[in-house]
Design a protein around this ligand. Structure first.
Ligand SMILES: Cc1ncc(C[n+]2csc(CCOP(=O)(O)OP(=O)(O)O)c2C)c(N)n1
Ligand SMILES: [Mg+2]
Length: 572
């Protein structure tokens, strides 16, 4: 810790605070509004790596993904007005996904605040509804205190984003001040009575089901959670894009309650007599538009475990609300055991039914034929075969992601980086962040043709920092997801959803990446092998454009079928 008697600039005090709080990497687009902080980062480059990106959305998404990967706040630095506006998408995703993140924004000089000076923005007003806390630091002496608070707020309770505005004169001003200590995450622990009641409710049930989701998970928490599930032989369904909390190869994993869930899984959840909802908010996507459970009082006996007491009873009433952090709950749950003799996995009255549910999940993971020469289902099956279990798969938003979520078996914590916020453009920056964090692991980014071009410029960042990710651009020449909605609501009236695209492989090669086009199923395996080899050898990204028939709009229907069904139903 620095000597309190040393005169330091606000920038130096800030960067020292980042070091103390364990920051190892920051993502930024520079701006003249925080030069003093950049200069201090230069002086700390052995402790903190600074990744310069090509767009603030890229930087903010990378920081958000870092928060997901590590459960530590992802750090992003951007400049005022324009930079902050670009970075807002990362703050929104961190908010919806409950990810710890801190966005530092250079602010106009304090002597001209409130005049709408150049690029001046009122950050509490701009981010107030999105961030957990927004603060402007007006004196360098207060940096240790307020930055420490930012780390505490971002990580404690329900994790989320914090925004810290830094007036440029404050960063340049010098003072003597004492550093804070490293932050300590604060979380609620479940009470012994709560846990005893949970065990009793499981014992009283005939058809229990666990619905797992939310943020705040760690590797250890996932391991403890698996022990709990095994001890009671509980079936586990994952919430929307929370598929990597329990390894999908685990015999108790029974599917994904995301967008367009399997009807069999929906029926099984409805038919359960005890729902144990662990970690998630039970939001719109996981509950199939709030139709999965009766609202506000579900028909099933209901246990809801959440890190934020305000989420308990917010939408659904439960018999047993438990306010706890995920590591804290999972540790307590791992200590519970059913009565009677137990092995690693107990034999319970519902055990046979869990095996049936697992078989249904596996059967549902076998893709049927789809129109066109390149079959995305077959691509997913190949990836399941060749990718190591710890490979990280990332994506943004679009119908292409349905194949990824439906057919891939995520191998446990953290093998999935996918925005529950449904933000397009997330996949590539998240993949780069993952590769920088763990270069030994394979990282595969899925993007639609629409999705990719929202942050495709970060291929340059990947090349600059040696992030050898593989990018699969699923090209159907349209904003397919919206086209599908259009065909449902306004059949045949195609408008503003068609795309004319660049030559994606040539674009990739212009960045220094590998680029190839794949047009038929039989060509995929070899092309993928070449892409992987290039990424590993050159530590640069490799892009494959997968040319998909636009008719293949989901794994189970075609555009024409959607349109005809809508016309028959009298839409449009
Ligand atoms: C940032 C952002 N803008 C717009 C949307 C609305 N949206 C959701 S999916 C989608 C189309 C995605 O197109 P593409 O990436 O090509 O995937 P496809 O659906 O064609 O497979 C759009 C525009 C969004 N979710 N996020
Ligand atoms: Mg598309």
């Amino acid at each position: 810790m620095a000597n309190t008697k040393t005169l330091r600039s606000g920038g130096e005090i800030l960067v020292e605070a980042l070091k103390i709080h364990g920051v190892e990497r920051v993502f930024c687009v520079p701006g003249e509004s925080f030069l003093a902080a950049i200069d201090a980062l230069a002086g700390a480059d052995r402790a903190i790596q600074t990744i310069v990106t090509r767009h603030e959305a890229g930087a903010a998404n990378m920081a958000e993904a870092y928060g997901k990967l590590t459960a530590k706040p992802g750090i992003c630095f951007v400049t005022r007005g324009p930079g902050a506006s670009h970075a807002a998408i990362g703050v929104h995703t961190a908010s919806q996904d409950s990810t710890p993140m801190i966005l530092f924004i250079g602010q106009v000089g304090s002597h001209m605040r409130q005049r709408e000076a150049w690029q001046e923005v009122d950050y509490p007003a701009m981010f107030g509804g999105m961030a957990k806390w927004v603060v402007e630091i007006d004196r360098p002496e207060r940096i240790p205190e307020l930055v420490s608070r930012a780390f505490h707020v971002a990580t404690s309770g329900r994790p989320g984003p914090v925004v810290v505005a830094l007036p440029e004169d404050m960063l340049a001003a010098e003072c003597e001040t004492a550093d804070a200590e490293a932050y300590r995450r604060v979380a609620a622990h479940p009470g012994a009575q709560d846990m005893a009641r949970l065990a009793a409710m499981i014992a009283e049930s005939a058809r229990p089901l666990v619905l797992v989701g939310g943020g705040g998970w760690t590797k250890a928490a996932c391991r403890d959670f698996a022990h709990f599930v095994e001890a009671f032989d509980l079936p586990v369904a994952a919430g929307f894009r929370r598929q990597d909390i329990l390894d999908n190869n685990h015999p108790n994993f029974i599917g994904h309650a995301g967008l367009g869930p399997s009807p069999k899984l929906v029926a099984r959840i409805r038919n359960a007599d005890l729902i144990i909802a662990v970690g998630g908010r039970l939001g719109e996507t996981t509950t199939n538009g709030y139709t999965l459970f009766d609202l506000p009082r579900p028909a099933q006996r209901f246990v809801h475990v959440h890190a934020d007491p305000n989420e308990l009873g917010r939408v659904y009433q439960s018999d047993l609300p438990i306010n706890a952090g995920m590591p804290e709950f999972a540790a307590a749950a791992a200590a519970l055991k059913p009565k009677g003799p137990t092995g690693w996995r107990s034999r319970m009255p519902w055990s046979d039914e869990v095996r049936v549910a697992r078989s249904a999940y596996e059967a549902d993971q076998t893709p049927g034929p789809m129109p066109g020469r390149l079959d995305l289902g077959a691509v997913m099956m190949h990836l399941r075969e060749v990718l190591p279990k710890d490979a990280i798969l990332t994506n943004g938003a679009g119908n292409y992601a349905i194949w990824v979520h439906k057919f891939h078996r995520y191998g446990g914590f953290r093998t999935q980086l996918a925005p529950t916020s449904g933000a397009m453009g997330y996949g590539l920056p998240a993949a780069i962040s993952a590769k920088l964090h763990d270069p030994a692991r394979e990282v595969i980014c899925f993007a639609g043709d629409g999705c990719f071009l929202m942050n495709g410029q970060e291929l340059a960042t990947a090349c600059q920092y040696g992030a050898g990710v593989v990018v699969l651009v699923v090209n159907n020449n349209m904003y397919g997801s919206i086209r599908a909605h259009q065909e449902r609501e306004y059949p045949g009236r195609v408008y503003a959803t068609t795309l004319e695209n660049p030559d994606f492989p040539a674009l990739a090669r212009a960045y220094g990446a590998f680029g190839e086009k794949v047009e038929e199923t039989a060509a995929f395996a070899d092309a993928f092998a070449r892409a992987r080899a290039f990424a590993a050898e050159h530590r640069k990204p490799a892009l494959l454009e997968l040319v998909i028939d636009p008719e293949a709009i989901t794994p189970s229907t075609t555009l024409t079928a959607l349109r005809e069904a809508a016309l028959k139903a009298g839409h449009g």
